[in-house]
Design a protein around this ligand. Structure first.
Ligand code: PMP
Length: 395
């Protein structure tokens, strides 16, 4: 059987990570990998997470199975984090939240659920989007279509192009949106644009599917959820995939959630039963640890405060770096979009050749598309990285 298989080419990000590891220069800078980094270049365990883990170790009494939906307490609290406590969809039985193995698990199970709703479902995704969206959703058998999202010259949202493309979508089509901190561009929809896209979705009978992988890392927990909350308020059906990888720093613990909001409680019940059956036939049930930690944090006023303070500091660090970086690059051209954008990622808008020069001559690593992780910068490295980019921009 196996003899027919061909070896696939290496994932470009993994190749970049390897090249960075093997680079002997001590002043090399990694702006490629998509994890949060602090001033010292570390991806630390948050102190609220460490405290919750210690508590968990002292109180956990069993490792028995938790069931396909995961932990009920986590699901309730994460639903409130997404929609705000007291949202009617959470109290009237229209919303179902299940714990998933990371945001990826949520995205894939949403796709499997959509297949059960309608086997020929089309999902519209932004160009560009996070590279794994296509394998996660297309791999489940959904038809993928793309809508233009980014104006490559200004590196801001090309909203007119987005809207006019989505006018071609058919009733029942699904539109994948990034809740905040668009990956890879950092260009987010503003409040008016969220309202306009909600109008379009309502008028055309489309289904919004929102990927919320960075809540709290754009402008703050509440602000970053504005699009999700608006849609949950106004539309009969909404799907949200959320991840605790970045905002709780739980990457390897594979912690995320999927929320389905249905038009009526009866439809919500049917949707939940279908989703749980799909989960059962894929991974049976999610891993427990990360969600148990999140539940302990969100359920304890003291730990929740500690977590929010830490997350707020991470968010502020990214905003400060954005402002300083955009200022430092100003002599080389208009990089003000970096300050306007949100979250960890932005495109520099330089050519693949310039990206290569930065890597080879200066030891500065980023994806060939020029997507950088802003959190990979620090007060110490920002001046030399900016100088190198200024120099390379002139070539
Ligand atoms: N969506 C987007 C846009 C992401 O960038 C990521 C992580 N890089 C995810 C979803 C999934 O994250 P995870 O499965 O690690 O929680």
């Amino acid at each position: 059987m196996f003899e027919q298989l061909k070896t696939l080419p290496q994932d470009p990000i993994l190749g970049l990570m390897k090249a960075f590891r093997e680079d002997p220069r001590t002043d090399k800078v990694d702006l490629g990998v998509g994890v949060y980094r602090d001033e010292a270049g570390q991806t630390p365990i948050m102190t609220a997470v460490q405290a919750a883990e210690r508590r968990l170790l002292g109180t956990e009494t069993t490792k028995a199975y938790i069931g396909p939906a995961g932990a009920e307490g986590f699901n309730q609290l994460i639903g409130q984090l997404m929609l705000g406590a007291g949202h009617s969809a959470l109290s009237d039985g229209r919303a179902t939240v299940v714990q998933t193995p990371g945001g990826c698990g949520a995205l894939r199970m949403a796709a499997e659920f959509l297949k059960l709703c309608r086997p020929d479902t089309t999902v519209w995704i932004s160009t560009p989007t996070w590279a794994n969206h296509i394998p996660l959703l297309g791999g489940a058998g959904l038809t993928i279509r793309e809508y233009p999202y980014l104006d490559r010259t200004t590196l801001s949202v090309d909203f007119d192009a987005m809207i006019s493309c989505l006018e071609q979508a058919d009733s029942g089509d699904v539109v994948l949106l990034h809740g905040c901190c668009h990956n890879p561009s950092g260009a987010d929809l503003d409040a008016d644009q969220w309202a306009a896209i909600t109008d379009l979705i309502e008028r055309k009978g489309l289904l919004p599917f929102i990927d919320m992988a960075y809540q709290g890392l754009g402008e703050g927990l509440e602000q970053d959820a504005q699009g999700v909350r608006l849609m949950a308020e106004r539309l009969p059906e909404v799907i949200v995939a959320s991840s605790c990888s970045k905002n709780f720093g739980l990457y390897r613990e594979r912690t995320g959630a999927l929320m389905l909001i249905a038009a009526t409680p009866a439809q919500g019940k049917a949707a939940a039963s279908q989703l749980l059956s799909a989960i059962r036939s894929h991974y049976s049930m999610p891993p427990s640890h990360g969600a148990a930690v999140v539940e302990l944090i969100l359920d304890s006023p003291e730990l929740a405060h500690q977590w929010q303070t830490e997350l707020g500091a991470m968010c502020d660090r990214i905003l400060d770096l954005r402002a300083a970086f955009s200022k430092a690059l100003a002599p080389a051209g208009d990089f003000s979009f970096i300050e306007r954008q949100r979250g960890m990622f932005s495109f520099l808008g330089i050519t693949p050749q310039q990206v290569q020069i930065l890597r080879e001559e200066f030891g500065i690593y980023m994806l060939d598309s020029s997507r950088i992780n802003i959190a990979g910068l620090s007060a110490a490295t920002l001046p030399c990285v900016s100088e190198a980019i200024r120099e390379v921009s002139g070539r």
